[in-house]
Design a protein. Structure first.
Length: 444
């Protein structure tokens, strides 16, 4: 395959994950009221670190790397917890928590196959559903223009947000393959152009932005560490590992490669290292993006050279702030329309995972009912725990964490029988691991 084709296929992977990659820093930046300059840097460093994390995962060596054609990006699972940590303790606490969770993942990477039984579909499905449900209000607020904005609920904002949502629906309805894969990205581009024609976009920041900048570790300050924040991000990291395992299994079938225990360990370790880098560079935690697996199936090209190209392109884009600044011009209402589609798909992914659960067992119904109920209830009324210490409040007042812990503890209570429970057979490094499910859980 010639270099031009490799580059074009790699760029196609970048486009497929670009919306998912940039929407997280845009949400975090807007919700935590960052300046345009800070938001531009956050988008840039996110792209660069995403590319670096991808290269670490694709490059299989003795210590890390799954060696499969995967692309890494920031997980949506982390958005709600990061917002909660940031609003309670500031940006530096987010990065301290990310670094800690990354270290934990590196340390448990060899043992994760054994503790993975604590996260069956009943737990992961409930957690993913809670995450999507608790993020929907954020999307609704942004569709109206952003909470506290002068034009909140204006006709212009509603036209833009619902117009973007309608555009995404139309693309999904009438397009197939690659165009459908980048429907959200196309929606944000069309919405931003429409907003510019309506006089709602100022291009001056793009003109003033430089073409090149250097990465600044600890850009937002030296990471700080708070116990509740570290516990929160560790739960998110472990749930992400469960999701990544499903993607690894799907890719092993597509690429016709038998995964061994050691391969999975190196894959988990790479994700831990990527999160540590994300914390040091003031970016985000990173996990395997499932939408790029769909593109891999669509193109039929399974070579790792294409993913190396994609990772390299992402790193280069991270050093070009002018491109990142263009991204920051997306109006809040346009972003809200895209968020509604993406967060709604997170809910759908959770329901899809729960479809594997045996609903004839009443205890499974109770686990789902209480975990989703607690998660949603705490999100609606976080002041319920206002009398508790602030550190404890971050855990009890965060719907995602409260719902996740409820699901995990109830699953242990109802289903774990230590002497009878069979531990997954992940003991021998030379024994191939047989995929248990050919379906891939999509979490955007």
């Amino acid at each position: 395959m010639n270099k031009g084709k490799v580059f074009s296929l790699g760029f196609q992977h970048v486009l497929a994950m670009y919306a998912g990659a940039v929407i997280v820093p845009l949400i975090i930046g807007q919700q935590l009221h960052l300046t345009t300059e800070q938001l531009s840097y956050l988008v840039s460093i996110d792209l660069a670190t995403s590319g670096l994390a991808t290269l670490l995962q694709v490059w299989s060596n003795r210590f890390f790397g799954i060696g499969l054609p995967v692309v890494l990006g920031c997980t949506f699972t982390a958005v709600g917890p990061m917002l909660a940590i940031g609003k309670s303790f500031g940006m530096t606490a987010i990065y301290g928590s990310i670094i800690f969770s990354g270290l934990i993942v590196v340390l448990i990477s060899g043992l994760f196959g054994k503790i993975a039984r604590l996260f069956p579909p009943i737990v992961t499905g409930s957690v993913i559903t809670v995450i999507g449900v608790t993020l929907i209000p954020v999307a609704i607020e942004d569709m109206a223009g952003g909470k506290g904005s002068p034009g909140f609920g204006s006709i212009e904002n509603l036209i833009l947000s619902f117009g973007v949502l309608l555009f995404i629906i139309v693309v999904y309805r009438f397009c197939k393959g690659y165009l459908r894969a980048i429907a959200v990205l196309l929606g944000m581009i069309v919405g931003t152009i429409a907003a510019y024609l309506m006089g709602m976009v100022d291009l001056m920041p793009v003109k003033e932005a430089s073409w090149f900048h250097m990465v600044h570790p600890f850009y937002f300050g030296v990471p700080s560490f708070h116990l509740s924040g570290m516990i929160t991000m560790t739960i998110v990291a472990i749930v992400s590992l469960v999701e990544s395992t499903g993607v690894f299994m799907a890719l092993s079938e597509i690429c016709e490669k038998d995964l061994k225990t050691n391969d999975l360990t190196k894959g988990y370790r790479s994700e831990g290292l990527a999160s540590i880098l994300g914390g040091l560079f003031n970016a985000f935690p990173y996990t395997t993006f499932s939408q790029n697996v769909g593109l891999l199936q669509l193109s039929g090209v399974k070579t790792k050279n294409v993913i190396y190209a994609a990772g390299g392109i992402l790193v280069v884009l991270g050093f070009v702030p002018k491109i990142a600044t263009i991204t920051t011009l997306i109006p809040t209402s346009v972003l809200g329309g895209a968020m509604m589609a993406m967060f709604g798909m997170v809910v759908a992914a959770g329901i899809k995972t729960l479809s594997k659960v045996d609903f004839s067992k009443q205890e499974n119904l109770l686990i789902i009912a209480l975990s989703v109920g607690v998660g949603l209830g705490v999100t609606v009324e976080p002041q319920m725990f206002v009398k508790l210490p602030q550190g404890v409040q971050l855990i009890t007042s965060n719907g995602i964490v409260a719902g996740s812990l409820t699901a995990i503890l109830l699953n242990i209570l109802f289903t774990l029988k230590s002497k009878k429970m069979k531990i997954p057979a992940l003991h021998h490094n030379k024994q191939p691991i047989q995929p248990v499910d050919k379906k891939m859980t999509s979490t955007l």
